[in-house]
Design a binder for this molecule. Sequence first.
Ligand code: SF4
Length: 334
Amino acid sequence: MANLLELQNISKVYTRGLISAKATVALQDFSLTLREEEPTIMTVAGESGSGKTTLAMLLLGFITPTTGQIIYRGQNIVGLEGKDRMAYRREVQAVFQDPFAVFNPFYTVDHLLSVPIKRFKLAKSRADARNRMEEALTAVGLRPEDVLGRFPHQLSGGQRQRINVARALLLKPRLLIADEPVSMVDASLRASILETLRNLQRDHGVSIIYITHDLTTAYHIAKSIIVLYRGSVMEAGDVDKVIKSPQHPYTKLLVDSIPWPNLDQRWGEQPIKVRESGGDEGGCPFRSRCPVAMDICSTRPPLFQTSPSQAASCYLYAEKPQIVAERLSELLPV
Ligand code: SF4
């Protein structure tokens, strides 16, 4: 079975300062595989500083990994050129947090949607372009007649975010990077936008990497979840199992702080500073906050498979079989 996307042991380290350079590990040894024939919704969850935004930027090709490779349909995305680069740009789309940011207040929705159609030469005629716009708007639950011809200030936040999704859908993407897509949308609209994303996966075969700080929405949308802390995978597995029966002390802490069942309340608003290398280098990244830390935790824990569809990077499970990062995706349901 062909792979749509393979992240192979990706790390991203930022350095700053010329004389005494400091390194910040934003993402460490991250691996993930999405299969072409099995479109899925995978959540990558973490607080501020967990590395999830770095992951989104890497996937969109805005930055390159320090080590490791990102392979899309058999090709390393670093160094893609010409047609292959255009294909990647078309097939991997993003929806960001701020539904207002992509709108120029002086242009109508039609203009916003026509830009990608022209750029990627998707339509044969004006009528064809119009049909494509209407199709994409309908697919995200909007009535074309309600939004076409309108300016941004005439639309609600929820409508704008759906238009962003429709804009991505126009390009018939294979992969959508949804980076906190509902965090700036009214609570009343959140569920319907999540449902729209689910429809894209189910009806249009689009795989979605749903990046969030919010475990409640992750629980509602995804089949599987990877929990990041300071750039490292803490726990991963079936979303139902990870949230109902978390294994890692960090995930337990997060789940305990979820204000079930109120979707309006948020989790993880407290920012955590990105770890600077040094100090606990090499040990468990969660050590300084862990209530059950042990001597052995001063060395970096591998991933242990705690159940058929769950793994945690924690020495509490040292008697369980280890699993290397590259094989983690085999545990994740699609
Ligand atoms: Fe806590 Fe040690 Fe597990 Fe890290 S490895 S979460 S410090 S018990």
